[in-house]
Design a protein around this ligand. Structure first.
Ligand code: E4P
Length: 217
């Protein structure tokens, strides 16, 4: 399972990278705005900074909603760095753009996916990643994990190579449940990754080992 961090915060990206288990970064316009990164050039510079910190894939989202706009924006983003994956919204022109980029060998992440039908279309268009938003479904009392299972089942049926990127992860149990289902990737906040470190028995056990070591020395 690949671990992506879902943020545009450079300190958090660096912290996750320093763990040695980070496979990539996802961003979106809201995450950029949260860090105060606005304006085309600043956003582009920020993507370059993120690519200089991590080794893996960095999803960079287009803001156009028409085919031509997505193509020109996506080509510009893809040319920034080999680690960039063009993030496209799950709308009709997004699917057309996804197919266009797939044919050109440019990697894509189809985002804002909330149904297995949408995920099927993304796979048929040759998406590198499909991003079902688990947490946002849970937020409206709909079983986000069920969607991830359905997509896994459908992709397995036909051998689609599109990787399931479980997005909108909110906490550690989402990560565990997605791993059980067989999602290829998770993306979530730093806390959903570092939270996996914790167990009180580890802390108690370590304290006891260190205490016993001191007794013998
Ligand atoms: C995915 O790539 C999105 O950036 C993200 O996971 C959305 O998460 P949210 O629902 O917590 O905003």
């Amino acid at each position: 399972m690949k671990f992506f961090i879902d943020t545009a915060n450079l300190d958090q990206i660096s912290e996750a990278q320093s763990l040695g288990i980070l496979d990539g970064v996802t961003t979106n316009p809201s995450l950029m705005a949260k860090e105060g990164i606005t304006g085309k050039q600043n956003i582009i510079d920020h993507y370059k900074k993120i690519c200089s910190i991590v080794d893996g894939d960095v999803s960079a989202e287009v803001i156009s909603t028409d085919f031509e706009g997505m193509i020109s924006e996506g080509e510009l983003l893809a040319a920034l760095h080999p680690q960039i994956v063009v993030k496209l919204p799950m709308i009709k022109d997004g699917i057309k753009a996804c197919k266009y980029f797939a044919d050109k060998g440019i990697r894509t992440n189809v985002t804002l996916v909330f149904s297995s039908g949408q995920a099927l279309l993304a796979a048929k268009a040759g998406a590198t990643y499909v991003s079902p938003f688990l947490g946002r479904l849970d937020d409206i009392s709909t079983d986000g994990l069920h969607l991830i299972s359905e997509i896994r089942h459908i992709y397995n049926n036909y051998g689609f190579q599109t990787e399931i990127l479980a997005a909108s992860i909110r906490h550690t149990m989402h990560v565990i449940d997605c791993a059980k289902i067989g999602a290829d990737v998770m993306t979530g906040p730093l806390s959903s990754i570092t939270g996996l470190l914790n167990h009180p028995l580890t802390d108690i056990g370590l304290a006891k080992f260190l205490e016993d070591y001191k007794k013998g020395n």
